[in-house]
Design a protein around this ligand. Sequence first.
Ligand code: OOG
Ligand code: MG
Length: 234
Amino acid sequence: MTDYAARLDAALLTHTAVPQFKAGFDVTAAYAIQQDVVARRVARGERIAGIKLGLTSEAKMRQMGVHEAIWGRLTDAMKIPDGGTVELAKRIHPKVEPEVAFLVKGGTIASIAPAIEVIDSRYLGFKFTLPEVIADNTSAAAFVVGAWQPVPDGVEDLGVLMEINGRSAEKGNTSAILGDPRRAFDDALRLAGKLEDGWIVLAGAATAALPLPAGATVQVTVEKLGSVSLRASS
Ligand code: OOG
Ligand code: MG
């Protein structure tokens, strides 16, 4: 198991994808590998900044043949400021997806913001089994969070738009996230065991992820929550 973590960590550090392991580890073992992968980052000085949920949409669950969301860990090194730049030289084959972020306080939701997640599978061709993607910290690479605000009444039916270079690229709705993104928060609490004050919870993508082209500007707008953006280096 240590060997899988070492290979995934090397892929991260060298920005070079690895072939799928084709090994028979199960979901429980996969979370242990993920913990090892993240512990290596923490040993290098990164701090845990929160939790991300994945496969929270019906479509993605059906695609993977699963009935439960997966989760991964966010670190401070993954955080990009709103409007900031993703250095493509340090990535493998990054994709962007529109998300909703929650800020934790007292074990509950303190505030909400529009967000963009950058996923960057460490496996060749973004191809993996469910245990493999869990071991790979659910493809987590980077994230951007917009301005925090009080949770408005009803966040289960908000329009979501992702624009790339000013053109509409994906449209969706927060209802795609487990019917209501607040369920993703409850899942995060259940799956992670505890959520610390100041942590961020990424609820999962509201649409399909799209490749991040060099030099692109990506903007995500969530109805009632406003916009957030990032740029890709050229
Ligand atoms: C796994 C990560 C999925 C989401 O929001 O559903 C995810 C992947 O598709 O590479 O972050
Ligand atoms: Mg995501």
